[in-house]
Design a protein around this ligand. Structure first.
Ligand SMILES: NC(=O)c1ccc[n+]([C@@H]2O[C@H](COP(=O)([O-])OP(=O)(O)OC[C@H]3O[C@@H](n4cnc5c(N)ncnc54)[C@H](O)[C@@H]3O)[C@@H](O)[C@H]2O)c1
Ligand SMILES: O=c1ccn([C@@H]2O[C@H](COP(=O)(O)OP(=O)(O)O[C@H]3O[C@H](CO)[C@H](O)[C@H](O)[C@H]3O)[C@@H](O)[C@H]2O)c(=O)[nH]1
Length: 331
């Protein structure tokens, strides 16, 4: 029995593949390499280059490899891009997820894990955010993910399919053994950008907005280590294998850090004093996004192991350093 990981050549999917292989499970990666990299694919995984929205291809993979569960990471992830190209995001994140879910149902795959996002909550009025906080995505990206959540819910009500939807807060860090990490040079995520500044790959770092209604005026986020997140996926898979009911679970630690706190921590951990500038607010940034992790702890018995900001930053720095040798390959 084998797990199909879509998007397994990308940042988070590659950590799921590591977690599966490390625990002795067989994996097929389906990835079109639009933002992923061939060298991110685990040598022990079977790789199929293709589109997760190609229902015939997915059906063939399921039959050839006796796929028991699908972990669906493939998608487009840049929030501002989704505002400029909503139809592209609805195609890649929603329409293609529909085809993948359809292939699962037609071929009797009964377990499905989906990468959703805190962006489904939009600018939430409450903190911390629980799964019952009202859903109000403010970007096509968030809406494209919410639509897939709803398709899964309705499909599971009509067919023998169970799912776990994981709503990630801010994913950061890299594999503690430095086997994978965030590799896109164009990444906009704060910790990635700050580590690049610390290593001299950027001239400076902009803090987007210093007048938010937070303790120090900068936005607060709940940063979760990518390997803790991958472990949550393993537990979700075991939970479904054990007959667990479909569930929607927030993934975060329940502790927020401001942009200034993150920048100071990157300076401390790296020992590098890079240039930090104050810039205008970035459109669409909520002031505070912090998860209430009660449900995932209760339901999956998930325990964070790497929940220290300095640990997340140290691993991100180590990966960024390792990437330097791959500068011609990372885009
Ligand atoms: N990075 C974050 O902070 C974050 C936060 C919340 C949710 N997510 C979700 O997690 C998932 C993984 O994100 P990531 O950060 O690893 O991004 P990523 O860009 O590194 O990985 C996405 C992978 O999917 C592949 N892909 C894209 N479209 C495809 C398609 N149609 N068919 C096959 N492969 C395709 C890409 O080539 C890439 O390897 C996404 O669904 C994203 O929405 C990410
Ligand atoms: O150079 C930078 C980069 C970011 N920021 C700030 O740092 C905070 C975090 O920004 P990120 O870009 O790292 O992450 P986001 O919170 O915007 O979004 C991420 O987390 C969300 C959930 O919380 C979604 O899942 C989304 O897909 C994912 O990109 C924001 O206040 C942002 O304005 C800066 O000040 N300077």
């Amino acid at each position: 029995m084998t797990v199909l990981v879509t998007g397994g050549a990308g940042y988070i999917g590659s950590h799921m593949v590591l977690a599966l292989v490390d625990s002795g499970q067989d994996v097929v990666v389906l990835d079109d390499l639009s933002t992923g990299f061939p060298w991110m694919i685990h040598p022990k995984a079977t790789f199929v280059k293709g589109d997760c929205g190609d229902e015939a291809l997915v059906s063939q993979i399921v039959q050839d490899h006796r796929i028991e569960a699908i972990a669906h990471f493939a998608g487009s992830i840049v929030v501002p891009d989704s505002v400029v190209d909503p139809l592209g995001y609805y195609l890649n994140n929603t329409v293609k997820s529909r085809a993948l879910i359809s292939a699962a149902v037609r071929n009797d795959v009964r377990r499905f894990i989906f990468s959703s996002t805190a962006a489904v909550y939009g600018d939430a009025k409450e903190s911390p955010i629980s799964e019952s906080t009202p859903l109000n995505p403010v970007s096509p990206y968030g809406m494209s993910k919410l639509m897939t959540e709803l398709m899964l819910r309705d499909t599971a009500a009509a067919h023998p399919l169970s799912y776990v939807i994981l709503r990630y807060f801010n994913v950061a860090g890299a594999d503690p053994q430095c086997r994978s990490g965030q590799s896109s040079r164009r990444a906009t995520h704060l910790i990635k950008v700050a580590t690049q500044a610390a290593l001299g790959e950027r001239t400076h770092l902009d803090i987007f907005g210093t007048d938010y209604p937070t303790a120090d005026g900068t936005c607060e986020r709940d940063y979760i280590h990518v390997s803790d997140l991958a472990h949550a996926h393993l537990l979700a898979l075991d939970y479904l294998r054990g007959g667990g009911e479909s569930a929607v679970l927030n993934c975060g630690y329940g502790r927020g850090y401001s942009v200034r706190e993150v920048v100071e921590a990157v300076k401390r951990v790296s020992g590098a004093a890079f240039d930090v500038r104050h810039a205008e607010r970035r459109a669409g940034d909520p002031a505070t996004l912090v998860a209430d992790p009660t449900a995932i702890r209760d339901r999956l018995k998930w325990e964070a192991k790497l929940d220290h900001l300095d640990t997340i930053i140290a691993h991100a720095l180590a990966w960024e350093e390792a990437l330097k040798g791959r500068s011609s390959e990372a885009a």
